[in-house]
Design a protein around this ligand. Structure first.
Ligand code: ADP
Ligand code: ZN
Length: 723
């Protein structure tokens, strides 16, 4: 079986080897075992049920709550020649009926179904009339109340499966399950002696870091400036923050989209598409954004605030680098942001039990923000995976700041907490250590403890902070519930006994990982392939990455295959894709195009008029007149200056000057895309005051966010043309 699985991996997907965990999971499933697989986002779960599905007789049912993901997966499967379909609310009645009929005829290897579609009668019909070797449950944590994304339709489904006679194999997949949630999934789905796999939570291509005490706005500006071509997501906790950050980015001229629950469906869909197609570079969003987003080239995920639990954090952060390339995850952490999350929990639905679970998850998240351990290790531990070494590249691993021996202060704090016998919270413990005369302290007789006033020279706030630090490092623990009490863990004992020292980083303010290495200069061949991919994808109406990932193109460019065999050796190219695109690719990589003089020369067109670019060839009838027309055409087609500059390998300034030249030549331009609405009156006013023959005095007189391009634009638009 495994041999066959490996062959399928190569033939269908074009991958040479399994990722960590995949092989074991496939072996368990094909060996007939119920399976629970906990693999992180991007870990490659789909392959784990798709390959067994191809090997088994009949139709595997895949339950998945993510409509957009179903479509992507089914498209991808069909593309590589595997018959698959989905049933969800996005289908019209007729389509739905057709798919159902074909399914009952056994025409699919995989049938994706949304859980709410699988009611009792549907389930009965399918299981009676189809041969179903396996039910694969994606996002299985949705079945658990203790998970962070409970869905009643999942709970019901578990009931149907449990009641089936002759029940098929059940495999469950999730990216986020603590050991408790994993147990709950097993119980709820009635998995029978399942093989359980937890692995691969460490994402080697992610550099995690936590930034505390930074001016967030300034940090963001600098961060984006250092990564001018990278695509990324900024997660904020609320709609209001999302709007504010989005506005700020637009003000800075960064092509950004926004996404939150307060926007209409159409608006959200459009924002998502634009992001997927790289039309916007940055997406600012609440956690509403992400269910189902599968954009592989997200280079960074920046959390404007901390989310409510480590599961959400890692799921969101994990949307970076799905293509395996170096990516960054930055959490802007301010301890007071905990209040927002606490508020969201308290306002949220759910009974007290659930809220108390959420609060303790929130404390774990807070610990992540404060820990000085390897951040990657912290997360991997949290999900129950053992034995992973420090990553060596997170903010904490890279932090070389001085350490202070804090053993004595730790002993004072720990012994005080020990004497309070787990009956009080952090605030009270801090008051005792401070030696406070607070009414409650006296009332409870806490001023008589031998540890009373042991840290009296510290501000009380710092003492609380110190206690929270001890929580984050695992010496203290907070109870669940709304008013958590603090108590010692087993880790505290060696410290109290004097056999373990406690060291703390001297400065805990701004720490962050070094920026991820830029992924290298693009070669001309890579650019040519990218251009081909873009055109072909546009023709097929799919996002470029559906054809090939950047990594595949890069490998193609490096290997420059000259034959089909060589082509098949490239990671990410299977037989189906080789059949479909092989000739076109070989024509590019073997240099035929170049020899025939058709090789696009975009990357050298540094200046107007030089190096005719392929885009210009399509400007029929305009002759040799120049590169500025190509820029114009791309701008008219909706490209932003930034995209055009990148696409054409020219600088922004050059692209801008192209458009101005077009305006001079009388071509129509959509000025509203060049001149921010609120700036136009300002610029006009300044021009009437200072004249329009020199730009510099205008620029100096205007607010800094008004750029030369807009000034230029206004002068051209109103015929005040300078210089
Ligand atoms: P998730 O676990 O988030 O559902 P996916 O199944 O979408 O992850 O896989 C993430 C990406 O990794 C996909 O693009 C997939 O094609 C790719 N992938 C899966 N298995 C392998 C493998 N063995 N080698 C290389 N890439 C793989
Ligand atoms: Zn690390």
């Amino acid at each position: 079986m495994l041999q066959e699985a490996r062959e399928l991996l190569k033939r269908v997907y074009g991958y040479d080897s399994f990722r960590q965990g995949q092989e074991g999971i496939i072996e368990a499933i094909t060996g007939g075992r119920d399976t629970l697989a906990i693999l992180p986002t991007g870990g490659g779960k789909s392959v784990c049920y798709q390959i067994p599905a191809m090997l088994m007789t009949g139709t595997t049912i895949v339950v998945s709550p993510l409509i957009s993901l179903m479509k992507d997966q089914v498209d991808a499967l069909r593309r590589v020649g595997v018959p698959a379909a989905y049933l969800n609310s996005s289908l019209g009645t007729g389509e739905y009926r057709d798919v159902l009929r074909a399914a009952l005829n056994g025409e699919y290897k995989l049938l994706y179904i949304a859980p709410e579609r699988l009611d009792g009668s549907m389930f009965g019909e399918l299981s009676e009339r189809m041969r179903i070797p396996m039910i694969a449950i994606d996002e299985a944590h949705c079945v658990s109340q203790w998970g962070h994304d409970f869905r009643p339709s999942y709970r019901q489904l578990a009931g149907w499966i449990g009641r089936m006679e002759d029940r098929p194999l059940v495999s469950a997949f999730t990216a986020t399950a603590t050991p408790e949630v994993a147990d709950d999934i097993t119980a709820m789905l009635g998995l029978r002696e399942p093989s359980v796999f937890v692995s691969g939570f460490a994402r080697e291509n992610l550099s995690l870091s936590v930034v505390t005490g930074a001016d967030k706005k300034r940090f963001l500006t600098q961060f984006l400036k250092e990564r001018p071509d990278q695509s990324g997501i900024i997660y904020a906790a609320t709609r209001k923050e999302t709007e504010a950050v989005h506005e700020e980015l637009l003000r800075q001229g960064i092509p950004a989209g926004k996404y939150h629950g307060g926007l209409g469906d159409a608006e959200r869909a459009e924002a998502q598409e634009k992001f997927r197609f790289d039309e916007t570079r940055v997406m600012v969003a609440t956690n509403a954004f992400g269910m189902g987003i599968d954009k592989p080239n997200v280079r960074f995920v920046l959390h404007w605030q901390m989310p409510g639990d480590v599961e959400s954090y890692y799921q969101e952060a994990g949307r970076a680098g799905r293509d395996g390339e170096e990516s960054e995850c930055v959490l802007l952490f301010e301890p007071q942001d905990v209040q927002i999350q606490r508020f969201l929990i308290e306002q949220g639905q759910g009974d007290e039990g659930r809220k108390s679970v959420q609060l303790s998850k929130l404390y774990a998240m807070m610990n992540f923000g404060r820990t000085e351990r390897c951040l990657q290790q912290f997360i991997v531990d949290y999900f129950g995976e053992k034995g992973v070494e420090p990553c060596g590249k997170c903010g904490n691993c890279l932090d070389k700041s001085e350490r202070l021996d804090m053993t004595s202060e730790a002993q004072k704090a720990l012994s005080c907490v020990g004497r309070m016998k787990g009956r009080f919270g952090v605030t009270m413990a801090a008051k005792v250590l401070k030696g406070s005369r607070d009414k409650k302290i006296i009332q409870f007789g806490l001023d008589r403890l031998s540890t009373y006033g042991l840290l009296r020279e510290w501000p009380e706030r710092e003492i609380s902070d110190w206690l929270y630090w001890l929580v984050a490092e695992g010496y203290l623990r907070l109870s669940e519930g709304q008013y958590p009490t603090v108590s010692l863990t087993a880790e505290a004992l060696p410290v109290l006994e004097g056999s373990k020292t406690v060291v703390r980083r001297k400065s805990t303010s701004v720490r962050r990982a070094a920026s991820a290495a830029a992924s290298g200069e693009a070669s001309p061949l890579f650019e040519a392939l990218r251009q081909w991919r873009k055109e072909t994808a546009a023709r097929e109406g799919v996002p470029p990455f559906m054809l090939f990932f950047d990594a595949t193109l890069r490998e193609l460019a490096a290997a420059a295959p000259a034959s089909r065999d060589e082509l098949l050796r490239v990671k990410g190219i299977g037989a189906a894709k080789a059949d479909k695109y092989g000739d076109a690719l070989l024509a590019i990589t073997s240099g035929e195009e170049a020899q025939a003089g058709r090789q696009p020369d975009l990357f050298q067109a540094a200046d107007a008029g030089r190096a005719p670019a392929r885009a210009e060839a399509s400007l029929s009838g305009r002759g040799e007149s120049g590169s500025h027309l190509a820029t114009y055409e791309m701008f008219q087609a909706g490209g932003t200056i930034e995209q055009i500059a990148q696409e054409r390998g020219i600088s922004r300034v050059t692209a801008e000057s192209h458009l101005m030249r077009c305006a001079d030549e009388g071509l129509e331009l959509d000025w509203s895309r060049i001149i921010p609405e609120d700036q136009e009156p300002l610029i006009l006013e300044a021009a009437s005051r200072l004249g329009a023959d020199k730009l510099r005095p205008l620029k100096d007189a205007l607010p800094p966010e008004v750029d030369y391009f807009a000034i230029h634009g206004v002068l051209r638009k109103h015929g005040l043309k300078s210089g």
